[in-house]
Design a protein around this ligand. Structure first.
Ligand SMILES: Cc1cc2nc3c(=O)[nH]c(=O)nc-3n(C[C@H](O)[C@H](O)[C@H](O)COP(=O)(O)OP(=O)(O)OC[C@H]3O[C@@H](n4cnc5c(N)ncnc54)[C@H](O)[C@@H]3O)c2cc1C
Length: 304
């Protein structure tokens, strides 16, 4: 019998292990059913140990700041690993690259690189996720994309083995990174150009000001719901379909940015998913364009 047929117990690990924990408070939409088990690793070794103790075949889902996640109301079976506030080491290496662990918020990466006199990471400033989420989503803004500046990454698999990989190992596209199954991002080494701190700081300030003008930053959302189709903008297509302000339950197409869906207070994942389907259908009918979701929709439907 394999040694990993036992579930980890709280006293065997240093991090926090919660049972049946509602995930709404860990997502930027403030929506989401419970995780059967939710684990916040104390550090990298603790995470590896936890993975090694998991029963073979146990479903594992990773989340960072939950800023691109629609977790269905029935929640997530198995284990959810949450890097919020964890895995937050970041330093400049001798070879000039910047080492960033998966739980570091993108905004901190932008600031740290600028302070180090490096340029190329400023676009991270307004992305409200972690490095791990940015690697998985190939997050980007204002012409910059995560994988443009990645030199290599460290992954961990479900047995707790750590593997170094580089871009060639992945299928990297606009807002999607695939090709490797059952491994997750532990850290990245970023390769940046030499720059000037003051210029980076100015750039960051300008990017944030632009974002505040165009996005509903005061309402819970998940950023852009749909990917921009080639040569066009999802927001333009949604606005042209007269969907700004359209509501289903507590979910509403933002009045400020048509590619954002906001939680007006009591939206359920079901409301959001119904609104996503409605918008997709109307845009296809009215504009002849098939929109693809950028937001990751995970978990089980609620039984109620
Ligand atoms: C107001 C607002 C503005 C936004 N603006 C932008 C923008 O300009 N550009 C942009 O690209 N995105 C934007 N987003 C979306 C979001 O911030 C990014 O996609 C971000 O990279 C998600 O990071 P996260 O840590 O929150 O990931 P989560 O939402 O927690 O997870 C997203 C995906 O990444 C996976 N994941 C998370 N951590 C890991 C890991 N360590 N290893 C493997 N997989 C992992 C999850 O399983 C999931 O599939 C915005 C969101 C909001 C709310």
């Amino acid at each position: 019998m394999s040694a990993c047929l036992i579930k980890p117990m709280q006293n065997e690990i240093k991090g926090r292990l919660l049972e049946n924990e509602p995930l709404a408070k860990y997502t930027s939409w403030r929506i989401g059913g419970p995780a059967e088990q939710l684990f916040f690793p104390a550090d990298r070794n603790d995470l590896v140990k936890f993975l090694q103790m998991l029963p073979e075949g146990e479903p594992v889902f990773w989340m960072g700041l939950g800023s691109n996640l629609l977790i269905r109301d029935g929640g997530i079976a198995g284990v959810v690993i949450n890097t919020r506030g964890r895995l937050k080491a970041m330093h400049r290496c001798e070879d000039g690259t910047v080492y960033v662990e998966a739980g570091v918020p993108c905004a901190h990466v932008a600031r740290f690189c600028g302070e180090q006199g490096l340029t190329g990471a400023e676009f991270f400033a307004g992305i409200p996720g972690t490095m791990g989420g940015a690697l998985k989503m190939n997050a980007g803004a204002f012409g910059g994309e995560t994988w443009d500046i990645v030199n290599s990454v460290e992954m961990v698999n479900s047995q707790g083995d750590v593997i170094r990989r580089n871009a060639e190992d992945f299928d990297i596209k606009y807002r999607s990174v695939n090709g490797i199954e059952n491994e997750w991002f532990l850290a990245a080494n970023l390769q940046l150009e030499l720059g000037e701190t003051a210029l980076s700081q100015e750039k960051i300030k300008a990017l944030l000001a632009k974002r505040n003008l165009s996005q509903p930053t005061n309402q819970p959302s998940c950023g852009s719901v749909f990917k921009n189709p080639a040569g066009d903008f999802a927001a333009r297509l949604i606005e042209a379909s007269a969907l700004k302000g359209y509501r289903i339950g507590g979910a509403q197409v933002s009045e400020k940015h048509a590619n954002f869906i906001v939680n007006t207070g009591l939206a359920t994942a079901r409301d959001i998913e119904a609104l996503i389907a409605y918008v997709k259908n109307e845009v296809a009918k009215q504009q002849g364009v098939d929109l693809e979701t950028e937001v990751c929709i995970v978990g089980q439907e609620s039984q109620q």
